[in-house]
Design a protein around this ligand. Structure first.
Ligand code: 4NP
Length: 164
């Protein structure tokens, strides 16, 4: 298997994308694939650079055994399009923003929707921003991301992804 690099992108890089990063990293480690798959996350917005992720997301993720402790950084089109094989947005605005920043077809082809890798939550159309939601919103995001990262990992190791 070739080494693959995955970048999850949301708006703030404090809720959805750092959670996706933590979940996929744990799956990767559990399956002994740490040498083959590199995972990172970034935000299209720049409000929280250098901070830890949102305390509510850290708490909800921790109850499922995930440590969400990456530092917030902003997506950098000048370096990130070249540095990653897959750039995975959470909602339609993320996808639009990423496409606006892409300057070649090759860069645009790297952009995908997280929800497209889901196998259980096939009726959902995006991973919604939980920032103004209560606990249920964070739990729902984690449900979606566990589903999506599992599908993504199977896709990377060569199994068929059903809802894609
Ligand atoms: P995220 O959630 O994109 O999942 O990290 C958000 C976090 C912060 C803001 C918006 C969304 N904000 O407007 O500060």
């Amino acid at each position: 298997m070739d080494k693959k690099s995955i970048l999850f992108v949301c708006l703030g890089n404090i809720c959805r994308s750092p959670a996706a990063e933590a979940i996929l990293k744990r799956h990767v480690e559990e399956r002994g694939l740490a040498g083959f798959i590199r995972v990172d996350s970034a935000g299209t917005g720049g409000w929280h650079i250098g901070e830890l992720p949102d305390a509510r997301m850290r708490h909800h993720a921790a109850t499922r055994g995930y440590t969400v402790d990456s530092r917030v950084r902003r997506f950098d089109p000048a370096t990130d399009f070249a540095a990653f094989d897959l750039i995975i947005g959470m909602d339609e605005q993320n996808i639009r923003d990423l496409r606006d920043m892409a300057s070649t077809d090759e860069e645009r082809a790297k952009i995908h929707r997280a929800i497209g890798y889901c196998r259980r939550f096939t009726g959902d159309t995006e991973v919604p921003d939980p920032y103004f939601d209560g606990a249920e919103g964070f739990e729902h995001v984690l449900d979606l991301l566990e589903d999506a990262t599992g599908g993504l990992l199977d896709h990377l190791v060569g199994k068929e992804v059903v809802n894609k």
